[in-house]
Design a protein around this ligand. Sequence first.
Ligand SMILES: Cc1cc2nc3c(=O)[nH]c(=O)nc-3n(C[C@H](O)[C@H](O)[C@H](O)COP(=O)(O)O)c2cc1C
Length: 190
Amino acid sequence: MKNVLFLSGSQRKDSFNRRLLNNLAKRIEGKVVIDMVKSGEVDFPLFDQDMEFNPEIQENVFAFHARISSSDAMVIACPEYNGLITPFLKNTIDWVSRLQYLNSGCANAFIDKPVLLVSASTGWSGGAVGLPSARTLFGYVGCHVMGGSITIPNINQHINEFEMVFNSDYENLINFHLNRFINVLNAVSC
Ligand SMILES: Cc1cc2nc3c(=O)[nH]c(=O)nc-3n(C[C@H](O)[C@H](O)[C@H](O)COP(=O)(O)O)c2cc1C
């Protein structure tokens, strides 16, 4: 079975985007192995090139680089901050992207990896305004970003006490994009 890494661009404890990832993961568990990055598990300092050789930081970045490298694909939740991706997401990718230049044993962790972008926001856009910046970033580092993405506006209206609940339109949209992603994943040899 293929291994899919799920990463939320929000580390917030009650993050809607993280909850969306959990919802999506449940839909495809059994079809793929889910590697959900937990809140706080990845916590690199704000990137500063002078800190690149700090052994403690490098060890953490190396571990996450290995985790991305061993995944066959990624689902990335991208909350929208002022029309762009979150600083956390950009910072994490910046750190991991550098290892290939610092350590000859490290290849590009992102190369040719299928990526499904998803987003949720409490506003009207559902994070759709920020997704082009995510598409640019993940495309730039070498991923194959799926043409379609899942965006859920007014996410607070799709939540009951325990879980996210979607009407049939959203159910169809979500399942359509997830199925396409799984089909692509199964078609590529990883
Ligand atoms: C700094 C900041 C900027 C934001 N900018 C936007 C925005 O441009 N568009 C939008 O729809 N929501 C924006 N929001 C609202 C977030 O999308 C909303 O808080 C969302 O729930 C954050 O994701 P999370 O719940 O996964 O943490 C912003 C929130 C913050 C904290």
